[in-house]
Every structure is written in structure tokens, then in C-alpha cells.
Ligand binder design. Structure first.
Ligand SMILES: Nc1ncnc2c1ncn2[C@@H]1O[C@H](COP(=O)(O)OP(=O)(O)OP(=O)(O)O)[C@@H](O)[C@H]1O
Ligand SMILES: [Mg+2]
Length: 333
């Protein structure tokens, strides 16, 4: 067995099938996968894999820990699974001189408010929006709220606390729900920023799509467009079925790709995987959000890529490992 001298860093809060896929990919590439994780600071090397233990809530400190741990070692690339790990990864990349997104761009993606401001200032389609304190309970009549609208926390994910309101009663109930969620011990324990605020924005009707993309020095390759065939009209927006390849007309797919390019450029993202969501209607393509992480779960497993030099199609994790390690990209389809 070879003893790889190059290291590929994987910033992640979770271990599971996807991290195992990255391990397999690293093995094939002859690089050593080094985990950077916040799951093991009380245990010494819990998986026997010499993971670097950090706290993702302080990304600069996490980056410093990583740089100290890797002093003198050869790091070829950086990957992150999740929004919080991506922030630490961005700072570490700066320190190690590795290509990755700038920390400011990653931080913008972690705030739904900041992201909306960036999209608005870049002239992209955005609904009206404003941030409100969760306490005291906001009175919509005094705030000039229009209906239908959507209330949401500024920096949670998996549609937690995302609620549609069609009138004042629903708004008040939704605001109370978001407040309860943000003040719950589990959410407070994350020490996420802006837990005292919520975002309210106009409801965007239309179909929803997601894209999986890969940035190389600012140029975005679209790896897949996913249709979300469920209606997703609220009041809650649970995870849904994803269908790829998209069945939307080619002109609409091109408009989505253009919007994805405009949105990533506006955010200043430059390198690595992105997962982005959009709504599409007669007025155009509306970016909902861009996350600096790959898709996970079954959707990731459904993706296969043909690659020069690979005897059979490879999975998303191997594609991302190759890209992070050696800047390799799949041939454009
Ligand atoms: N302004 C809006 N108009 C219509 N639907 C919306 C709006 N904002 C959010 N949604 C719906 O709620 C879902 C979740 O919202 P959002 O992406 O902002 O939060 P999230 O917690 O990051 O969700 P996830 O992690 O599932 O992507 C969206 O995918 C969309 O279906
Ligand atoms: Mg989302």
C-alpha cells in the first residue's frame, strides 16, 4: 500500500456514507483524506483516522488549529460538507494558500438576509424582504407587510422554521413559531449568528429547481439541474422529491444556468461545489439561495459522471475529490 504524502482536507460535521465515498475517492487518487470536524474534541482520535478537532462556530480559530496541525505537510485541496464547515474551510484555505472560496463570500452565503441584499444589488429577481427582531412579536400592520409572505430564520437549513403566511393571523402564528424555534435550547446551542432575528420576504409563486454546480476560479460548471415536482406552496416546505435530468424546456434550463452564474458571481464565490435553489415563473428565474456545499443523500448517489481516464462513470464525491486535489473537471456535456 502506498503512503500518500499529499493531503486532501474534508471539513465536515457529519460522518456517513458521503464521507466514506470521499475516503474511497481519496484512496483511488492516492491522497490521504484528513477530516476536520467538531465531533470529536472530547475524544482522542475516535475513529483512528487522525481527524483534526475544531469548533466550527469560530471559523478563524478552527482554521488556525488546522494550519498548526498541518505545518510542513503537503495539502493539495480542501472540501467542506455543510455551511459551517465551509466557513472554517475558507479561512484555512487562505492560510494554507489553497484555492477555495473567499471567507467573505462564504459568510454571505450563511446569512439569508445578506444573500438577498447581494442578489438585489446585482439586479437579480428578488421579492421584497426585511429582517425583524423575533422579540417582541412584530405587528405586521405597522411594518407594511404584504401577503402572501414567507417567514424564516436567517441562517438555519433543511427548511426549519420556514413558514408561509397569507394574512395577519397566519403571520402572527408563523412569527411565534419561528421565535419558539430560535429560542429552543437545541438551536441556541448551535450559537449560530442572528438567532434573534427573522427574515420576512414576498412569496414567490412558481416551480422550484435546484442545481448542483462546481466552480473553478470563478467559472461555474453545471453538473445537474433537479426539478422538484411537488407543488411546494406551503405553509411548510419539507424536503421533496428531486428529479434529474430536468424536464424543463431547454430555454428555461439555460435561464436557470444563467441565473446560477449571476448569483455565484454576485456573491463572489470562486472555487468548489455549490448547491443552489431557484423558483421559476413568468417573471423570470428567482434565486432562493446558494450554498457552498455539495448535495448529499440519495440525490448525490443518483449522479454519475463520465471522465477522461476513468474506465467507468464516477460518483459526485470522486468528481469533487479530483477537482479539489488536481483541479480536474468532467468534460462539458
Ligand atoms: N420567498 C419564497 N417564496 C416561495 N417559497 C419560498 C420562499 N422562501 C422559501 N421558500 C420555500 O421554502 C424552502 C426553504 O426555504 P430556504 O431555502 O430559504 O430555507 P432552508 O432552511 O435553507 O431550506 P433548505 O435547507 O431545505 O434549502 C424553499 O426551498 C422554498 O420551497
Ligand atoms: Mg434552501
Amino acid at each position: 500500500m502506498t503512503n500518500p504524502s499529499k493531503r486532501l482536507l474534508l471539513f465536515t460535521a457529519k460522518l456517513g456514507y458521503q464521507t466514506r465515498s470521499f475516503e474511497d475517492a481519496a484512496h483511488k487518487l492516492g491522497v490521504r483524506l484528513v477530516y476536520v470536524t467538531d465531533r470529536c474534541h472530547q475524544l482522542e482520535d475516535p475513529w483512528g483516522d487522525r481527524a483534526i478537532a475544531v469548533h466550527f462556530e469560530t471559523p478563524e480559530v478552527a482554521a488556525y488549529t488546522v494550519m498548526e496541525a498541518l505545518r510542513g505537510q503537503d495539502v493539495s485541496g480542501i472540501l467542506a460538507l455543510g455551511d459551517r464547515p465551509a466557513a472554517a474551510a475558507a479561512y484555512a484555505a487562505r492560510g494554507l494558500g489553497i484555492r477555495y472560496n473567499h471567507p467573505a463570500a462564504v459568510e454571505a452565503c450563511r446569512s439569508k438576509l445578506r444573500m438577498k441584499e447581494v442578489f438585489r444589488d446585482a439586479g437579480l429577481c428578488v421579492p421584497w424582504f426585511r429582517n425583524l427582531p423575533v422579540d417582541p412579536a412584530p405587528e405586521p400592520v405597522l411594518l407594511g407587510i404584504f401577503y402572501p409572505c414567507v417567514l424564516k430564520p436567517l441562517s438555519l437549513s433543511a427548511s426549519q422554521g420556514v413558514v408561509r403566511a397569507n394574512d395577519r393571523e397566519e403571520f402572527l402564528a408563523a412569527a411565534a413559531r419561528v421565535r419558539r424555534l430560535l429560542q429552543s435550547p437545541e438551536i441556541l446551542a448551535t450559537r449560530e449568528a442572528n438567532l434573534d432575528q427573522m427574515l420576512v420576504e414576498g412569496y414567490i409563486p412558481g416551480r422550484e429547481v435546484a442545481i448542483e454546480g462546481l466552480l473553478t476560479d470563478g467559472a461555474l460548471s453545471i453538473l445537474a439541474i433537479f426539478d422538484k415536482p411537488d407543488p411546494l406552496e406551503g405553509p411548510y416546505f419539507e424536503e421533496t422529491i428531486y428529479v434529474t435530468p430536468s424536464r424543463l424546456p431547454e430555454s428555461v434550463q439555460h435561464a436557470i444556468e444563467k441565473c446560477a452564474r449571476d448569483a455565484t458571481r454576485a456573491l463572489g464565490l470562486s472555487h468548489g461545489p455549490i448547491h443552489a435553489e431557484f423558483r421559476v415563473n413568468g417573471d423570470g428565474v428567482w434565486p432562493l439561495e446558494v450554498a457552498t456545499r455539495p448535495i448529499g443523500g440519495l440525490c448525490a448517489r443518483a449522479l454519475r459522471f463520465s471522465f477522461d481516464g476513468a474506465s467507468e462513470p464516477i460518483g459526485l464525491e470522486e468528481l469533487l475529490a479530483r477537482h479539489a486535489h488536481a483541479n480536474e473537471l468532467p468534460p462539458a456535456s
